[in-house]
Write a protein that binds this ligand. Structure first.
Ligand SMILES: [Zn+2]
Length: 131
């Protein structure tokens, strides 16, 4: 396994911290790390609210990347509450497709860190509406 996946795993684990923001919102049950094409790692946590105003950890990490002036995604990893990894949801896939139109299929996603199972976004979304 590339060392960068370990760095990303540790970065995502570092922000994983469940917290109750209020009676209506929680955060930190899922942590994500995104590696930009420039080689920097950005993290994010999920924010869950009772009225769909929250955000997935992956999109939060991508927004963090963009906020910091990095615009291209290379790799994505998230850690679920049970410690496993997961595929990005449809909304996160859609965002990646739209901001990386033309080359989103090369984005690598860690599906299972313990098994070193990596897939590309192109494998997850082979027939997306944007080519
Ligand atoms: Zn998502």
């Amino acid at each position: 396994m590339d060392k960068i996946w370990t760095d990303m795993y540790n970065a995502a684990k570092g922000v994983l911290k469940e917290h109750k923001l209020s009676d209506y919102a929680t955060c930190g049950e899922v942590g994500a790390a995104v590696l930009s094409k420039s080689g920097r790692i950005y993290t994010g946590v999920c924010i869950d609210t009772c009225s769909t105003l929250g955000i997935c950890a992956e999109r939060n990490a991508i927004f963090n990347m963009i906020t910091n002036g990095d615009y291209e995604i290379d790799k994505v990893l998230c850690i679920m509450p049970d410690g496993s990894n997961g595929a990005p949801c449809g909304a996160c896939r859609e965002l990646m497709v739209q901001i990386m139109a033309g080359h989103y299929k090369d984005i690598e996603i860690m599906l299972d860190y313990s098994q070193n199972k990596v897939v590309t976004l192109g494998e997850l979304t082979p027939e997306w509406w944007i080519k």
